[in-house]
Design a protein around this ligand. Sequence first.
Ligand code: C5P
Length: 201
Amino acid sequence: MAFTIAIDGPAAAGKGTISRAVAEHFGFAHLDTGLLYRAVGRKMLDGTAPIEAAQSLVAEDLENPTLRSPEVAQAASKVAVIPEVRAALVDFQRAFARRAGGAVLDGRDIGTVICPEAEAKLFVTASAEVRARRRHLELAEKDADVDFDTVLADVRERDERDMNRADAPLKPADDAVTIDTTDLDIDSAVRAAINAITARK
Ligand code: C5P
């Protein structure tokens, strides 16, 4: 039986960690939809036109090790404003969402545009400062040489672009449960997510 869990929210709010834990808890497959936009952004940086890149995306493109870099994140949010890029990625996401055995998709527009009929919807958020601090720590662990103010500016710029684009802007679905992780540790955030989803099952 298909059961779709949609998890949306801004950059570095904890969506990825929560989505992986939720998928493991329920035994569902997980799709990080940000990777699709990052893969298109990567191809744009390498010289391919974004629409063409989105239309010809293949599974191996999602395995490029540079997809996690801040440069690719910015490119992703730039290609994500292009309606034809978004349209090219819809069918793959919807097919994944309805796979037998259940699916967790995390992104910006899963509960609003990709899977408005999802059985459970979460909107995971946190203050921009806390999100930038988490992302900065993550990058420092990978030895990336970036300062906190640059990361904060990057998070704010992406939020701004993601919330204000005309096509599929970042916003909570009307029926989403919001989880603010500003003052939550990982375990508490995961527990809150699992409780909210269990209430819908
Ligand atoms: O989640 P992540 O930081 O990997 O996403 C990178 C960018 O991809 C976001 O800033 C956003 O512009 C775009 N994105 C989107 N819709 C999604 C997932 C990501 O527009 N469902």
